[in-house]
Design a binder for this molecule. Structure first.
Ligand SMILES: NC(=O)c1ccc[n+]([C@@H]2O[C@H](COP(=O)([O-])OP(=O)(O)OC[C@H]3O[C@@H](n4cnc5c(N)ncnc54)[C@H](OP(=O)(O)O)[C@@H]3O)[C@@H](O)[C@H]2O)c1
Length: 170
């Protein structure tokens, strides 16, 4: 199974504020949906809360939390560690088919997943918010190489520019 990370990152590596995203970029949302559709998605408890505690449709939703969660909402698999999350993703792929899973946030979960990720789908958003409180670790070019960079997109509402970049582990 290919272990992927997908994230939108500012030029100063910011990814969130007050448990919410920093931007509303419909073009990036579409890319996220198209890229992850049909694959298991793995997220930390805070990111699940940021999605109004609702699973993303047409994907196996795996949520990491160490706390017992007897009244977990329908449609999610709750696990206690990233290792367990990957095992649950492997199992789901036996039924759904496919060969990749995506870690979709947030900061805590990304930091751990980066240690073993094969592929990073990073939207580099050309902005440097100063009031962020969640960050993605800086990518080490000795560990990951750029595989592809899509042409620069411009959000029509905000004028913010961004690039879809794929990194592979060396
Ligand atoms: N820009 C983007 O693409 C993007 C994407 C997603 C999220 N975000 C942002 O990221 C921020 C949230 O990040 P965050 O770091 O606060 O939250 P997070 O990574 O979503 O969740 C952290 C929580 O997940 C659980 N967890 C994760 N890994 C675990 C492990 N290995 N073992 C045990 N528990 C584990 C723990 O919950 P328990 O305490 O319940 O055990 C931990 O407190 C928000 O601002 C959100 O909007 C940005």
């Amino acid at each position: 199974m290919e272990k992927c990370i997908i994230v939108a990152v500012a030029d100063n590596w910011a990814i969130g504020r007050k448990n919410a995203l920093l931007w509303n970029l419909p073009g990036d949302m579409k890319y996220f949906r198209n890229t992850t559709l049909g694959s298991p998605v793995i997220m930390g408890f805070m990111t699940f809360k940021s999605l109004n505690s609702k699973p993303l449709p047409k994907r196996t939703n795996i949520v990491i939390s160490i706390f017992p969660w007897p009244d977990a909402p329908e449609g999610i698999i709750v696990v206690k560690s990233l290792e367990e999350a990957y095992a649950a993703a492997e199992k789901a792929l036996e039924t759904t088919g496919g060969d990749k899973c995506f870690v979709i946030g947030g900061a805590y979960t990304y930091a751990e997943a980066l240690q073993s990720a094969d592929t990073l789908h990073i939207t580099h958003v050309h902005d440097s918010p100063q009031d962020a409180d969640a960050f993605f670790p800086k990518i080490d070019p000795q560990v990951f190489r750029v595989d592809s960079v899509a042409p620069t997109q411009t959000d029509p509402q905000s004028g913010i520019t961004y690039n879809f970049t794929i990194y592979k582990r060396r």
